[in-house]
Design a protein around this ligand. Structure first.
Ligand code: NAP
Length: 487
C-alpha cells in the first residue's frame, strides 16, 4: 500500500507539529537514517502555525495531498487552540482519513522504575477511533439540559473487533479482552460486546473475554499483567489508554498508531508539552516507538527490531536516561539519548525481548452502508421530549387529555431516564425536560408519519418540544430501551 519512490524507497509524510514535536521527530528521523531503512519522507505542516495563517481546520491542502499520496504519516503533537471556531487538527486528520483503530501498546521498560516494575506488563489497547461520543453531536434540549449523541454502528464494531483479533495474531498474543459498559448501555456499548462474541469463534486460537469497563480499570491497576489486548469503544479507550501509559513510566514512553484501511498515522500519545519546547530535555522514546510501529506497518520488520532492541539496550544499560526518568537536573539531553541509541544499533538487551511480529491482515469490511439488513420493521410509538415548568403529575394529566382522541396513548413520562409518571412512589428530582412516551393503542399497528406528525401537533399545541424519537421494532426485537421503573 505504500507509495514507492523512483529510487525504490517507501515514501511517508512527516509532520513535525508543535512544541516539543520537532525535537522528538528529529530524534526519530536521525535514528531512521542511521539504521538505513529504505524510507524517504516529505515534511508537511499542520497545527498551530497553520491555524495562525487562518486555515480553520489546522491542516492545509498540501498536507492532505501528501497524505493522500503516501498513505503513511509520522507526526508530532499538534496543539489544539483554545478559541472559538477552531477545531482539533488531530481529530480532523483522524476523521478525514477514517483511521478507525487507535492502537496504544505499553510494556515495561528496563531501568524505568514504576510501582509495577518486575510485573512484566506488555499489553495493547485497541480503541475505536471515529464513533461514539467523539462524533461531537450535541444539543441543548432546554437552556438547562444538554444532550450528546453516542452513535455506535455494527459496521464500526466489526472493523475494530476484527482488527483487534488480527493484531493479536500478528503480534503472537493469545488473549483479547473486550471492555464495554454493555450492562448499562445495552444497545450502544452492547453492540461492541455482541459483535465481539459473534466474531470471536472465527479466532479459535485466541482466548476471548468480555469485561465491564469499570472492572477493567480496576483490574488494570490491580493486576495489569493479566491483559494482552483490550478492545474498547472510543471514550472508554481514551481513558484506559492514558491509565495504561502511566503504568509503564508515563507519556514519554507511550507510542500510538491510528490505522485505517487506506491511511495510517503514527504519533506519540503525548501533546506538545510547551514548557519543554526547544530545551533539548524531553524524552523522544514515544515518537521513536511510534516510528517503530510505522516500520512494522510498512513491513520493515528488521529495521523496526534493530531500533527497538537498541532503545531497550540503552535503557537497560542505564547510562543515558532522560529527565522524566531520573529528574531534569540529572537527565541526558534529548540529543545525547538519541546518539546513545544510534551507538547501540545492532545490540540486544539481555533482560527484555522484542516480540516476533508478522504483517497484520487488515479486516476487509463490505463498504455497503446497509450493514444489518432486516425483513420486518414496525413503528410502535414515539418519544417526544418536551420542555415545561410543570411537575410530572399535571404534565401527565394534560398530555392524557391532549391525546384522548388520537391513535396514541401516553405510556409514561421519564426524567433523565427514570419513570416519573404514572407515579411510582420513587423520590425523584425533576428538571424542565421530560421524555413523554406515546404508544399506539392498536398493539399490532405500525404508526405512519402522518399519525406521528398529528401527535406532535397535539402535544406542541400546549408544550414546547425539542426532540422526538420513533419507537421501532426490527424483526420483532425492540429497538428502544425502557425507562428505569417502566414495565
Ligand atoms: P502534554 O503536552 O502531553 O504534556 C503533559 C505533561 O506530560 C508534560 O508537562 C510532561 O510532564 C509530560 N510529557 C509529555 N511528553 C513528554 C515527553 N516527550 N518527555 C517527557 N515528559 C513528557 O499535555 P498537555 O500539556 O495537556 O497538552 C499540551 C498541548 O498538546 C495542548 O495544546 C494539547 O491540545 C496538545 N495535545 C496534542 C496531542 C496530539 O497531537 N496527539 C495529544 C495530547 C495533547 P511533567 O510536567 O510532569 O514533566
Amino acid at each position: 500500500m505504500a507509495y514507492i519512490t523512483e529510487s525504490g524507497k517507501k515514501l511517508i509524510t512527516v509532520i513535525p507539529g508543535d512544541g516539543i514535536g520537532a525535537e522528538c521527530i528529529d530524534s526519530a528521523l536521525k535514528i531512521l537514517q542511521a539504521v538505513n531503512a529504505p524510507i524517504e519522507y516529505e515534511v508537511r505542516e499542520a497545527g498551530a502555525s497553520v491555524f495562525k495563517k487562518g486555515i480553520e481546520s489546522g491542516v492545509p491542502q498540501e498536507t492532505i495531498e501528501s497524505i493522500r499520496k503516501t498513505r503513511v504519516v509520522l507526526k508530532g503533537p499538534l496543539e489544539t487552540p483554545v478559541g472559538y471556531g477552531e477545531k482539533s487538527a488531530n481529530v480532523t486528520l483522524r476523521k478525514l482519513f477514517e483511521t478507525y483503530a487507535n492502537v496504544r501498546p505499553v510494556r515495561e521498560f528496563p531501568n524505568v522504575p514504576t510501582p509495577y516494575s518486575g510485573r512484566g506488563i506488555d499489553l495493547v489497547v485497541v480503541r475505536e477511533n471515529v464513533e461514539d461520543l467523539y462524533a461531537g453531536i450535541e444539543y441543548m434540549q432546554t437552556p438547562g439540559v444538554a444532550q450528546t449523541l453516542k452513535l455506535i454502528s455494527r459496521k464500526g464494531c466489526e472493523k475494530i473487533v476484527r482488527f483487534a483479533f488480527e493484531l493479536a495474531r500478528a503480534e503472537g498474543r493469545k488473549k483479547v479482552h473486550c471492555a464495554t459498559k454493555a450492562n448499562i448501555m445495552k444497545f450502544a456499548e452492547g453492540m461492541l460486546k455482541r459483535t465481539f462474541e459473534a466474531i470471536a469463534p472465527e479466532y479459535p486460537d485466541i482466548e476471548a473475554n468480555h469485561i465491564i469497563i469499570d472492572n477493567c480499570a480496576h483490574q488494570l491497576v490491580k493486576r495489569p499483567e493479566q491483559f494482552e489486548v483490550i478492545v474498547t469503544t472510543n471514550m472508554n479507550g481514551d481513558i484506559i489508554s492514558d491509565l495504561t501509559s502511566a503504568l509503564v513510566g508515563g507519556l514519554g514512553f507511550a507510542p500510538s498508531a491510528n490505522i485505517g484501511n487506506e491511511v495510517a498515522i503514527f504519533e506519540a500519545v503525548h501533546g506538545s508539552a510547551p514548557k519543554y519546547a526547544g530545551k533539548n530535555v524531553i524524552n523522544p522514546t514515544a515518537v521513536i516507538l511510534s516510528m517503530v510501529m510505522m516500520l512494522r506497518y510498512l513491513d520493515e520488520f528488521e529495521a523496526a527490531a534493530t531500533i527497538e532492541n537498541a532503545l531497550l539496550y540503552t535503557l537497560e544499560e542505564g547510562k543515558v536516561r532522560t529527565g522524566d526518568v531520573v529528574g531534569y537536573d540529572k537527565g541526558a539531553k534529548t540529543t545525547e539519548y538519541t546518539d546513545a541509541i544510534i551507538a547501540n544499533l545492532g545490540k540486544k538487551p539481555s533482560t527484555t525481548q522484542v516480540r516476533e511480529y508478522r504483517p497484520i491482515k487488515l479486516p476487509q469490511i463490505p463498504p455497503d452502508p446497509v450493514f444489518v439488513k432486516v425483513s420486518q420493521r414496525r413503528v410502535v410509538g414515539v418519544d417526544i421530549f418536551v420542555e415545561t415548568d410543570l411537575y410530572p403529575e399535571p404534565l401527565g394529566q394534560a398530555l392524557e387529555q391532549l391525546v384522548a382522541e388520537s391513535p396514541f396513548q401516553l405510556k409514561m413520562i421519564s426524567s433523565r431516564g427514570t419513570k416519573v409518571y404514572p407515579p411510582t412512589g420513587a423520590i425523584t428530582d425533576v428538571v424542565d425536560q421530560y421524555r413523554c412516551r406515546f404508544i399506539l393503542r392498536d398493539t399490532a399497528g405500525d404508526a405512519t408519519d402522518a399519525q406521528i406528525l398529528e401527535l406532535i401537533g397535539r402535544v406542541g399545541s400546549r408544550f414546547r418540544w425539542a426532540h422526538i424519537e420513533k419507537l421501532q421494532e426490527f424483526d420483532g426485537a425492540m429497538g428502544y430501551t425502557k425507562a428505569q421503573g417502566e414495565d
